[in-house]
Design a binder for this molecule. Sequence first.
Ligand code: OGA
Ligand code: MN
Length: 310
Amino acid sequence: MSGIAVKPIGYACGASIEGVDLSKPLSREDERAIRAAWVEHLVVVFPKQQVAPGQLVDFSRHFGELEDYASQPFNRHPENDEVMVITNKRTNGKPSPTFNAGQNWHTDLSYTIRPAKATTLFCIEKPSVGGDTMFANMYLAYETLSPKMQAFLDGLEGIHDASLIQGLEKRGPEIVAEYKRLNPPVIHPAVRRHPDSGRKALYVNERVRQFVGLSEAESKPLIRFLCDHAVLSRHVYRHYWSVGDLVMWDNRCLTHLAVGDYDPGESRHMIRTSGKGDHYGRLVEEAQGTQARPVLKGKEVAAAVDALRD
Ligand code: OGA
Ligand code: MN
């Protein structure tokens, strides 16, 4: 039997899990109990942990194969390619490319063909106040829409575009160019059924540019409405970090936001892994039946999507 204690910490989602040391190998029973809590609560927080990068990887592997971050080759941990460093501290004498990561509502790697499943984030340093992360329950977002809107969205697909990452341009021209080169726009369903819970979740966030078959003008207000609806306060859990928190969330049924509510002169330093997802989308360019082309930008994406209408 597992000795872990699971306690809800938010109404929309979120539970703390105590009674397990994640720097040690995980027993089958604990793994099973953690998985069940994760499926039920979507975000699980393990307080007072102390894990080295390799231990974070060992823990994360229990929840699936890990992402090698080929689509974002920045800020890898020097000891481990499967670990990304999310930090505002200077890296190799330069501003960190992840200093403003996650500052619009998103779900990890949705702008890639194979978006992430689990993400783990372990807090090593935090500012004296703020630097919070918010999570929105996308099952609730879907379930609280009218049946007609649900039916409409069930048949819709969104175009996810890395160039809509908030503040991407602040990371420097080389990084922006590489990011866009590696991440041309991709198509994913607007609603996804979660393989473990069987529930449908809205899969639309602020990195969606347009819906396939709708014009840009038709798409924009709908995307705005869905993003606003998804993050109503009653759908959201806000995590106030403590050093030693290891948080694991499910990108298939949540969106999240790095609030950025802290003094940039203070350090915020975390390490992260992402699990490879079980769902594959497709490239806009492939859907068009064209050869690989340079990354589509702004209006070109709209034109390409319009061409997919029939
Ligand atoms: C991430 C992310 C949020 C944060 O690492 O994917 O969005 O608060 N982080 O750092
Ligand atoms: Mn993220």
